[in-house]
Ligand binder design. Structure first.
Ligand SMILES: Cc1ncc(COP(=O)(O)O)c(C=O)c1O
Length: 413
């Protein structure tokens, strides 16, 4: 997308970005999917401003009471007996490192399994456990010795050429084989995004999660749900793990937890896994007062009565508007898939093959001709256009986003 060189944005209002010349752009993807409450949610802004005036930072030796307040909000709806947490990170990448450290320390085992197309961050370690070789190329230390990658349950383009109605779950079989024959014989954990965000909004079938949990139990592996994109209401539920009944042992969070873009992360776990010493995983800015205030006020908004219900109904509206586009423009959209406010359009050529150039053209035209900000998937085939507005988007704005997108599709013919 050629946005950065041409435009200088100086203000954000709701889901709109405004440039120096006063032009308004509709942000259909909430920044990098992290502005769960838009650019300037008044309650979060007020709380942060107040906090900046009082105290922006103190050593994490003293922040424990504030961390506990955030955790109690996060744990209220946490699934599968998850009842403890750790907030010494500010990014999703290191939150995932924290989760894998816990798994290795607790089990005494080594291997970390993840899916092809997955994205778990961009430190060398997080790049190593993510499922894309191109991000590791040129960085020898990004090849993590105990990292195993297995085929993704991408039903639209099943790697085993199965169709969803006659699926023998070969992806679970491949995972099981990898553990049995391909690994070190010592597996600590599997880390999985409930919806593969950067991979192309891929939603594994419920049966995959069910069998994955069983396999983890059989192999004494810790199951980590990377909810950096899906957490904090994105799917219409506080955690996508609840929606898909994933039963993870650990959940990692970042992005949307900061509400209006404030960096903050959290690792939630069952208390048996709350075993790290403070010196084993801690960062200078982890649990700083601005991050904690943003997380707390964001959680107050998202867990207020009716908020998640409204995300679900707005998600339904978005799905009802996007799904017909796949029927109207079959030479461009192979599938519209999503849940809540996390949708992706699989862009294809006239033969149904993935078409990343067309996907990028749609994103560029949306920005240039319609003042609409969209993003594409970087992984997999790179052909999925993502639509993920802030959770505070209005119904009118959803209609406006899809209307502008449809004008682009019409132009493309
Ligand atoms: C699913 C997922 N996990 C982890 C990360 C890494 O988070 P961060 O960029 O805050 O390090 C990302 C970022 O895009 C992500 O999408």
């Amino acid at each position: 997308m050629s946005t950065t060189t041409e435009s200088r944005f100086s203000m954000g209002q709701g889901i709109r970005l405004i440039d120096d010349a006063g032009n308004e752009y509709l942000d259909g993807v909430s920044g990098t999917f992290n502005l769960s409450l838009g650019y300037n949610h008044p309650y979060v802004v007020e709380k942060i401003q107040e906090q900046v005036g009082n105290l922006t930072h103190m050593s994490s030796s003293f922040t424990e009471p504030y961390v506990e307040e955030v955790l109690s909000l996060l744990l209220e709806e946490a699934p599968n007996g998850i009842d403890a947490g750790w907030m010494r990170d500010i990014t999703g990448s290191t939150a995932n490192e924290c989760a894998t450290k816990i798994a290795q320390k607790y089990t005494g085992e080594r291997d970390i399994v993840s899916l092809y197309y997955s994205h778990h961050g961009q430190t060398q370690f997080a790049t190593g456990i993510s499922g894309n070789a191109f991000r590791r190329k040129g960085f020898p230390n990004s090849t993590v010795p105990n990292s195993l990658h297995v085929p993704v349950p991408y039903c639209y383009r099943c790697p085993f050429q199965s169709d969803p109605d006659h699926c023998a779950m070969q992806c679970i079989e491949a995972l099981s084989d990898q553990l049995e024959f391909g690994g070190s014989g010592s597996t600590a954990c599997m880390i999985i995004e409930p919806i593969l965000g950067n991979g192309g909004n891929i939603i594994p079938p419920m049966e995959y999660f069910k069998q994955l949990r069983k396999l983890c139990d059989e192999h004494n592996m810790i199951l980590i749900a990377d909810e950096v994109q899906t957490g904090i209401g994105r799917t219409g539920y506080m955690y996508a793990s609840t929606l898909f009944d994933i039963k993870p042992d650990i959940i990692t969070l970042a992005k949307g937890l900061g509400g209006i873009g404030v960096p903050v992360a959290a690792v939630l776990m069952q208390s048996r896994l709350n075993i790290l010493e403070k010196h084993e995983h801690s960062f200078t800015s982890g649990s700083n007062m601005i991050s904690l205030t943003a997380a707390r006020s964001t959680m107050e908004v998202v867990s207020a009565p009716g908020f998640l219900e409204s995300v679900r109904s707005k998600g339904e509206l978005l799905g009802n508007l996007l799904s017909p586009l796949a029927e109207l423009y079959p030479d461009t959209i192979g599938e519209a898939r999503g849940v809540g406010l996390m949708w992706g359009l699989e862009i294809v050529d006239a033969d149904g093959a993935p078409d990343s150039r067309k996907a990028n053209a749609i994103i560029d035209m949306a920005f240039r001709d319609e003042n609409l900000i969209l993003r594409g998937s970087r992984y997999g085939f790179g052909n999925v256009v993502k639509v993920r507005p802030s959770l505070t988007v209005t119904e009118d704005e959803i209609v406006e986003i899809v209307g502008r997108l449809e004008r682009i599709l019409q132009k493309m013919g």
